[in-house]
Design a protein around this ligand. Sequence first.
Ligand SMILES: N[C@@H](CCC(=O)N[C@@H](CS)C(=O)NCC(=O)O)C(=O)O
Length: 269
Amino acid sequence: MLSLYTARNSICTQKVFIALHEKGLAYDMRAVNLFANEQFDPAYLKLNPKGVVPTLVHDGRAVVESSLICEYLDETFPQNPLMPATPYLRARMRLWSKLVDEQIFEATRELSFSAHFRHKMQGMTEEQRQARYRNVGDPAKRARLMSTYELGVESPFVFEAVGHWEKAFKSMDAALAENGGWLACDAYTLGDINMVPYVARLDYLALLDVFIAERPRVRDWWTRVSTRESTVESIGNRLTSAEIEEMRRYGSNIRDAAAGKRREYLSQL
Ligand SMILES: N[C@@H](CCC(=O)N[C@@H](CS)C(=O)NCC(=O)O)C(=O)O
């Protein structure tokens, strides 16, 4: 039996939804309300000590970290494999999950937060906001959260985020050329799945064109993966039209600033 703990519009969970869908696996969903700080509930922290979603519970045992959950699912349930057959190609595939875990998740969170969630936090009481800061166990993560909350798109972390995305799209473009249209090898794998929710978030925020307007190979990849049934069912169909509209509205507000940060980043190279 599989249970998945997730929050509404959780970008990290979306790749797990895609993997579950591709593999045709049934599961039940447990909601964690991040804005009510439920991720810090002691019972949840026993499953996921970092206090984040997603968490997969399989036959009573918790598996954490979305990239690891996807690999766990693929190794445990062999149907419709999502990893390449050879160790070399699997190592190449993992470069994409590493990129997401080390840079792209935070880069997307900073852009998303400065455009959108920042406004939701402004609706919290001062006490709730301070509780939110206190609860973030990792000082580096707290500093980022406070900076993007206070400075919005002018936070240095947003500049860093734009630089990370620019580098990522450059790497994607090169990999797609090398592999004939997929990121890790000549087939759709967890390499592609790892990137999909993050690129989707940029698209929902109306920021994707800032980076890929002149990258036809990446645009073609995005057209193919964004219309795939697993993507549509795992991301778009789980969002309300109000949530989609809200992301577009808030994202559009920082679009010019993000494009300006990209030009500034490129001028420094
Ligand atoms: N590296 C982790 C990151 C998980 C993560 O940060 N999840 C976000 C939602 S996408 C979260 O739970 N945030 C709650 C918080 O930071 O308080 C993974 O990929 O599973």
